[in-house]
Design a binder for this molecule. Structure first.
Ligand code: AMP
Ligand code: GLY
Length: 423
């Protein structure tokens, strides 16, 4: 069969690598893709938001399955547009992708269906939000309602900071129209865990857990980024935590969406905080995490095509989702200066070391094929993933492999997976 993947990051490279393993697949296309994905798929220069061109391409090439990796096209309704033309697409429709597209929606959903999350208020008006802050407790968390490249969350320690935050989100529109509404919520403390799941509208199958590292610098210092590394599984995601989440969070979320007339088919990503009072939902995403996918998918035993089709067909209850009994760590190699400003265009050397190195992966995020070879083309450049029998072994392997690759201005965190030592 022929598969089209929509997106261009490390997550889409990890999806492409899983798809390439399926004996059912003859040909993979990726729009727009990147230099690494180009080694597994034919990349086509169509942007993820060019819905009409994507649909026309899928029809022309008789694509059997399209997998949408990114949030923007999902929230914008790409799945609906393609389905209207009779195409088979893995990912939530627009009315379900709102689970990620509007934080106010997701908070109201959790409140209505008693799904544990931080206490909150939604605001459409800056004046109301500023008034509310006068009597609030600090620290407090401000969230732009819409998509903001993972940067629309501000943790404010003082009233002054919070007022400034409200003005930047709602008045100055720092995150654009994402800030037309906002959520103000209680600050929670605890360990964070990312749990991805497959959903077919009624059944949910949980993947193995992972943990992201969002800050740019060692010791969780510096600015928030798209993610500087991940490990899987999380040793803090115990059977007790899983039992709680199965009962109070996962199935209740799927049922809530169905009750609202918004059946969810695709991947739900649960961003959880393990607080002293129990697990709480910090956020939902309507897609695989990036870089969580880079440690979760390499450990999945199932054929990803079988699972995606079961989500579309409503037969996920017949799938026994299985993961390898090992661990994986991903270290992101970034351009120094990310996420603020950085130079691009440096030649990347050492990529061929990964060819045939079993259990090692080099997922491309910001790279480009040029006459000089493959060059850096973004803030996050590569995600180096390695497996190991244990988390510690996987971490040692990933950091060893991170040294195989060289490029100008290469930057990485050196403490990805440090939390493993505290487990
Ligand atoms: P989000 O995009 O909603 O996942 O938020 C980004 C990051 O902000 C999360 O990964 C957390 O580290 C932090 N965060 C979000 N909500 C809260 C909260 N209520 N309390 C503490 N930290 C939070
Ligand atoms: N790693 C967090 C995200 O994909 O949103």
């Amino acid at each position: 069969m022929k598969v089209l993947i929509v997106g261009s990051g490390g997550r889409e490279h990890a999806i492409a690598a899983s798809v390439a393993k399926s004996p059912r697949v003859d040909k993979i296309y990726c729009a727009p893709g990147n230099a690494g994905i180009g080694q597994l798929a034919e990349c086509v220069p169509i942007g993820a938001m060019e819905f009409d061109r994507l649909t026309a391409f899928a029809k022309e090439k008789e694509i059997d399955l399209t997998i949408v990796g990114m949030d923007d096209p999902l929230v914008g309704g790409l799945v609906d547009v393609m389905e209207a033309e009779g195409l088979r697409v893995f990912g939530p429709r627009k009315n379900a992708a709102i689970l990620e597209g509007s934080k106010a929606f997701s908070k109201d959903l959790m409140k209505k269906y008693h799904i544990p999350t931080a206490a909150y208020e939604n605001f459409d008006d800056a004046e109301e939000a500023l008034k509310y802050l006068e009597t609030a407790r600090f620290p407090i968390v401000l969230k732009a309602d819409g998509l903001a490249l993972g940067k629309g969350v501000l943790i404010c320690n003082t009233l002054e900071e919070a007022k400034e935050g409200v003005r930047s989100i709602m008045t100055d529109k720092k995150f654009g129209s994402a800030g037309n509404r906002m959520v103000i919520e209680e600050f929670l403390t605890g360990r964070e865990v990312s749990v991805l799941s497959f959903v077919d509208g009624k059944t949910i199958r949980i993947m193995t857990s992972a943990q992201d590292h969002k800050r740019a610098m060692d010791g969780d210092q510096g600015l928030n980024t798209g993610g500087m590394g991940t490990f899987s599984p999380s040793p803090f995601y115990t059977p007790q935590v899983d039992a709680f989440c199965q009962k109070y969070i996962y199935q209740p979320t799927v049922d809530a969406m169905a009750s609202e007339g918004r059946p969810f088919q695709g991947v739900i990503f649960f961003g959880l905080m393990l607080t002293a009072e129990g697990p709480r939902v910090l956020e939902y995403n309507a897609r695989f995490g990036d870089p969580e996918a880079q440690v979760v998918l390499p450990r999945m035993k199932n054929d990803i095509i079988d699972v995606c089709e079961a989500c579309i067909d409503g037969t996920l209850d017949q799938i026994d989702l299985q993961f390898e009994d090992n661990a994986a760590v991903c270290v992101v190699l970034a351009s120094s200066g990310y996420p603020v400003s950085y130079e691009k265009g440096y030649v990347i050397e050492g990529l061929d070391r990964f060819d045939g190195a079993d259990g090692y992966y080099c997922f491309h995020a910001g790279t480009k094929q040029t006459e000089k070879g493959i060059v850096t083309n973004g803030g996050r450049v590569l995600g180096v993933t390695a497996k190991g029998k244990t988390l510690k072994e996987a971490r040692a392997n990933a950091y060893a492999a991170a040294e195989w690759v060289h490029f100008g201005n290469k930057y990485m965190r050196h403490d990805i997976g440090k939390a493993i030592d505290e487990a």
